[in-house]
Design a protein around this ligand. Structure first.
Ligand SMILES: [Zn+2]
Ligand SMILES: [Zn+2]
Length: 270
């Protein structure tokens, strides 16, 4: 391991619809891998909050993480987290949820456009990619502006499917103004940007966002980054975190953040 401080701020237990392992196994795997702090951040998709019973998921996941935090407290630090999907599509219940639970850490995400499926399920053959991406950037601006999260998840998420899986090239230079605007809002709201390392083990082969965007965030005044594997499996706990921390360093950050009781704590990259 290159760094002695090894933290993973994005992972899913079997309380996520796409999660696979109970929290105890994920904790054991994290400890084995030398992770010092781990955040469990199960999916709560706010646009289907009651319809798909994410209200129940939120309660069950929260209780389980709190239980594990106590159980493992002498062996690993656990941040009680949540990945809020599309909170801007259901602001009222999102704000109620995060104020009703004593979370350490809230991730803000967009997985789908309004009244559409997750980008992972869309068919891109013949699709108007430019229109999809323009709508996506606009939704990200609204999410950044809402700002009641701690870190802004996997910017460029659709590229995992468009570029990575469907091999459709996207010229990101066209969207620099949009990306700059999103990053500037995050800076003005004093939010962290997530370096999501899941792309490193997927066909896209790079972090979300890529290094040039993290550099741009720094240049625009960004102060905080989090690094997360977005693991859904024991074997992916901490995956790509060292590369993610190295990338943060390359972009001029000398620390990554963890969150305790919604407050950022800087962990030196060393
Ligand atoms: Zn996500
Ligand atoms: Zn996730």
């Amino acid at each position: 391991m290159i760094f002695k401080n090894f933290v993973d701020m994005h992972s899913h237990t079997n309380h996520s619809f796409d999660g696979n392992y109970p929290i105890e196994e994920l904790c054991e795997s994290s400890i084995e891998r030398g992770i010092k702090t781990v955040a469990f951040t199960d999916h709560v998709e706010m646009d289907f909050f009651r319809e798909k019973e994410f209200d129940k998921t939120a309660d069950e996941s929260f209780a389980d993480i709190v239980r594990a935090k106590e159980l493992f407290k002498d062996r690993i630090e656990i941040c009680v987290g949540v990945e809020l999907g599309q909170p801007t599509y259901n602001v009222k219940e999102s704000e109620e949820l995060i104020s009703s639970k004593d979370y350490d850490f809230v991730i803000g995400s967009i997985h789908n456009l309004r009244d559409m499926e997750d980008f992972c399920y869309l068919k891109y053959d013949g699709a108007d990619i430019d229109a999809l991406l323009r709508t996506y950037w606009n939704e990200l601006k609204l999410l950044a502006d809402w700002a009641k999260f701690d870190t802004f998840a996997h910017l460029t998420y659709p590229l995992r499917y468009i570029v990575g899986e469907n091999k459709i090239p996207v010229d990101m230079a066209k969207y620099q103004k949009d990306v700059d605007e999103i990053l500037s809002i995050l800076v003005s709201k004093d939010k962290a940007l997530e370096i999501n390392t899941s792309g490193l083990r997927q066909p896209i082969g790079i972090t979300m966002p890529a290094e040039d965007i993290v550099k741009r965030f720094k240049a625009l005044g960004g102060k905080m980054v989090t690094v997360g594997s977005d693991s859904h499996f024991t074997e992916h706990m901490g995956a790509g975190i060292e590369q993610g921390m190295q990338l943060a360093k390359n972009c001029g950050f000398d620390s990554v953040c963890i969150f305790r009781k919604r407050q950022p704590v800087e962990i030196p990259i060393e």
